[in-house]
Design a binder for this molecule. Structure first.
Ligand code: GLA
Length: 726
């Protein structure tokens, strides 16, 4: 049993395979007692401790008892003495902001109730998970909160979310509704997060927690390139293989906030959920608001274990559909091959050449629709450009089908170009505020997905192309963030709902499409990785990781991405050299070694390659087809770099430890300083492995104990090992 209720001591304990999470009811409040390594049975009452006194923080009615400012809460509120940041803030019908949640009851059920309209981790069978639901209520206002804790025992993950119901008789407004809160009884932590920008996403930052509030957030109308909706909190000495660390990942694609604060009593409060800035959700009597879900994990064995917990659960119980467990097709994308400079003839040539090299799918990127020859028009007009495609899509599909290569296509459905037939017909369909200018980003505005007629239009436009049966892959892009956020049709009272309603609309549209077109592989993109989040993985099992396709820059991007996202979710392509974004000149095999780490493809014109390079494409396609399947289920290890040393090394090991693919890139040359070895991880120490590329034989214990030599001496050169158990 994953959830144990000690009725006598009013303690609830959740156990996963290696962790425990403990809460209790004290003086009517649901307090947090512990999150950490697995606890055996026992009376945990003594875990509850107060300072006894909280200066200047009034103590309940009598002035006696404990002070709320000093208590670790499960879902804290503001107004009765807890002066820290709350998980829930409500404007009551009388205008006051106070919420006072008391414990009502709890129940345990098999399986997992899913949050309505939102993406979430799921179970395929009720035996996979157990859910604890705790009900809290404010007796005065009638606000009722249900906290859901679902336990995925095998992967050490607990998902949390809340449902807030207005049980009173008048309307109130939710101003903040977090998905989860963890109150720690100390603040001796480092905070680890992703930071970045377009073309430099998800680099890693680590710094010690200080007093005051630190908030990683987005108010961009998207999870964004700048921060990612997860946070890791670790002991100061935690490494890849040792030490405590906690992760919280929000399963959501819009505005989020991940806060952590060091407090006056040397404690820390971590809250994750929707960004409260700008959020205002009116809740009529009897209505319920459902928060997105947060996935929590704890590892006593450092960051690698934490990452593995997320990888395993997200790859298998967040991603869905027929592509979830299989190697993804090796594709070639037309973007860096020709940008807007293509027509059907050129695509057929590229496709035929790709097919000869073994590539399985040609993606027609931006520029096939409306009258679009650059990025300044036609978004919204999702019909084939007859000038570029005189025989329609079929003119490309047919000859390529004969060559055995499938077709994929790019959409940017959520956008509208002011220079488009759609905008001329429906100038009010975009997100906007009446009488204010509409700021354009890349010459485009964002469609108002809170509106059903807009979603229906998009569904029909996309479905018309997919119904032809010619398309087996869709790249779904989103190339600007939101400004002048408003949806006039919703009315003045409801403008604080717009961004969240937008995402509810997007999720509904995606659900319809993935349900109706189960044979299409959807990949999400937002100027690369501007919406690389767990929310979209529920609909689209892979993401274009970054518009920066440079192998050297990708080392940091992929390393940061791997903290919580599975490798199969990470699209990684070999592009031309010199690289179009950075100018770096890198050997072909370095580009391959780096791209092999994710769902694989090419971002170049194969017809422009030398014969020698074409041979390399052939060879690498074949290698990926043979070995790339383990990206869905293999365990990924960050072995070294890329921040602290002049190289980067990693490996992926298949579930049964029979195969390991390891990569090494020398990122900076120090004369005579680069001869080194790297120790691999995760292998069977009693097995013998043969390197499929060189024929060299090693034992598992040698590979993990001594390691492998990395004799490269030239900058940006690399090495790959494909180690098969013999
Ligand atoms: C975005 C994507 C690119 C490409 C272009 C097309 O920037 O990230 O991969 O699809 O749009 O305009």
């Amino acid at each position: 049993m994953a959830v144990i209720y000690d009725r006598k001591n009013e303690i609830i304990q959740i156990n996963t395979k290696n962790t425990s999470y403990v809460m209790a009811v004290r003086d009517g409040y649901l307090v947090h007692l512990y999150y950490g390594a697995l606890l055996g049975e026992g009376d945990h009452s003594y875990f509850f401790r107060t300072q006894g006194r909280a200066a200047f923080s009034p103590r309940m009615e009598t002035g006696e008892g404990f002070s709320l400012d000093d208590i670790p809460f499960e879902y804290p509120c503001w107004g009765r003495g807890d002066m820290r940041s709350p998980a829930l803030e409500i404007k009551n019908s009388d205008g006051s902001r106070i919420v006072d949640l008391n414990y009502v009851n709890c129940e345990v059920t098999a399986g997992k109730p899913m949050p309505k309209g939102l993406p979430a981790v799921y179970c395929e069978d009720d035996s996979e998970a157990e859910t604890l639901t705790v009900t809290l209520a404010d007796k005065v206002s009638g606000i009722e909160v249900k906290l859901f804790y679902t336990v995925f025992a095998d992967t050490d993950i607990i998902t949390r979310r809340a449902e807030i119901t207005n049980g009173g008789s008048a309307k109130c407004n939710i101003l903040k509704a977090a998905s989860a809160c963890i109150d720690f009884d100390h603040m001796e932590f480092d905070v680890i997060s992703n930071h970045g920008t377009h073309c430099r996403e998800r680099n890693i930052e680590r710094f010690p927690l200080a007093r005051g509030e630190y908030k990683m957030a987005s108010r961009r109308g998207a999870s964004g390139h700048v921060h990612n909706p997860f946070m890791i909190i670790a002991s100061h000495d935690t490494t890849e293989d040792n030490g405590d660390c906690y992760g919280t990942v929000l399963v959501y694609s819009g505005d989020f906030a991940s806060e952590i604060a060091g407090n006056q009593y040397q404690t820390a409060r971590h809250i994750v959920g929707l960004n409260p800035d700008g959020f205002d959700w009116p809740l009529e009597a009897g209505e319920t608001f459902v928060t997105p879900e947060a996935a929590l994990t704890y590892s006593a064995l450092g960051f690698t274990k934490l990452s593995h917990n997320y990888h395993e659960l997200f790859a298998r119980r967040l991603c869905r559909g027929k592509f979830r467990d299989v190697r993804r097709p090796v594709l070639l994308n037309s973007w860096e091959a020709c940008y807007f400079g293509f027509d059907a003839d050129r695509l057929v040539k590229i496709g035929e050449c790709s097919a000869d090299l073994g590539i399985e799918l040609l993606v027609i990127d931006d520029g096939w629709f409306g009258v679009r020859n650059s990025d300044n028009c036609s978004l919204g007009d999702w019909t084939i450009n007859p000038k570029k495609f005189p025989n329609g899509l079929e003119g490309v599909y047919k000859p390529l089908k004969e060559k055995g290569i499938d077709l994929g296509i790019w959409f940017e459905p959520e956008m509208i170009s002011p220079d488009s037939d759609l905008y001329r017909a429906h100038p009010d369909w975009c997100i906007h505020i009446e009488n204010r200018p509409r700021s354009q980003g890349r010459w485009q505005l964002i469609l108002d997905l809170t509106r059903k007629e807009v979603r229906d239009y998009l569904y029909e436009s996309i479905a018309a192309i997919l119904r032809t049966g010619m398309i087996s892959y869709v790249k779904w892009d989103f190339n600007r963030n939101m400004t002048e956020i408003g949806s006039p049709v919703l009315g003045a009272e409801h403008q604080g709902e717009v961004t969240h309603r937008y995402y509810l609309g997007l999720y509904e549209l995606l659900e319809r499409l993935v349900t109706d077109f189960p044979d299409v592989l959807f990949e999400s993109c937002s100027g690369g990785g501007g919406r690389f989040d767990a929310g979209l993985l529920y609909y689209m099992p892979q993401v274009w990781t970054s518009d920066n396709s440079d192998a050297i820059e990708r080392l940091k991007i992929q390393h940061g991405t791997s903290l919580v996202y599975p490798m199969s979710a990470m699209s990684a392509h070999v592009s031309a050299s010199p690289n179009h974004q950075t100018g770096h000149v890198t050997p072909f095999m370095t580009r391959f070694t780096v791209a092999f780490t994710g769902s694989y493809g090419y971002e170049l014109d194969p017809t422009a390659l030398s014969e020698e390079e074409q041979e390399l494409v052939k060879k690498t396609v074949a290698l990926y087809k043979q070995y790339g399947g383990m990206m869905n289920s293999g365990k990924y290890y960050r072995l070294a770099g890329p921040y602290d040393v002049d190289y980067c090394a990693w490996c992926t090991v298949s579930e049964d430890k029979s195969l390991c693919v390891a990569g090494y890139v020398l990122t900076h040359v120090r004369m005579y300083g680069n001869n080194r070895r790297v120790r691999l991880k995760g292998l069977d120490e009693n097995a013998t492995y043969r390197d499929a590329l060189t024929g060299d034989i090693y034992t598992g214990s040698q590979l993990m104990g001594f390691g492998v030599h990395c004799p490269e001496t030239l900058e940006y050169t690399s090495h790959m090992w494909i180690l098969e158990k013999i």
